[in-house]
Ligand binder design. Structure first.
Ligand code: DQA
Length: 142
């Protein structure tokens, strides 16, 4: 299986960005340990991060051409704003799991709504970087 890990805006700053909310691991740490984890399960991980909404849309469209089987996405703040990312997933029909490091429901009201959750296979919220691994388990253990 081919899995794509997508991270949205400001997640390139993981490790230094509000570590009380998002933890001490860098995105590079997460990407390399998740790649190793996924290859133990005979799958392959591709990783992409962008601060730009259209780039994330382009990457989701490209995933279809590449034959990506499933996506793990932390859309960052685009979770709460992006109809374009929602429409990209509806267009390609690739199953995805939505991950949030922090518990968005414990936070400001504007973070309580996601444009993706109702079309996701599932969501892992508030469990830190472990959420990415749980998402991979869900997509691969079947
Ligand atoms: C986040 C939660 C979002 O509300 C926020 O904008 C982020 C990170 C999380 O992983 O907890 O950038 O997606």
């Amino acid at each position: 299986k081919k899995i794509l890990l997508l991270n949205g805006p400001n997640l390139n700053l993981l490790g230094t960005r509000e570590p009380d909310k998002y933890g001490n691991k860098t995105l590079a740490d997460i990407e390399s340990s998740l790649s190793a984890y996924v290859s133990e399960k005979d799958a392959k991980l591709s990783c992409y991060q962008s601060n730009h909404e259209g780039d994330l849309v382009d990457r989701i469209q490209q995933a279809k051409e590449e034959g990506i089987d499933a996506v793990i996405i932390n859309p960052g703040a685009y979770t709460h704003t992006s109809i374009a990312i929602r429409d990209a997933f509806l267009s390609v029909q690739i199953p995805f799991v939505e991950v949030h490091l922090s518990n968005i429901f414990k936070r400001e009201a504007f973070r309580h709504h996601s444009y993706l959750s109702d079309i996701a296979q599932g969501c892992v919220i508030g469990l830190g970087a472990k959420g990415y691994f749980l998402a991979a388990d869900a997509l691969l253990d079947n």
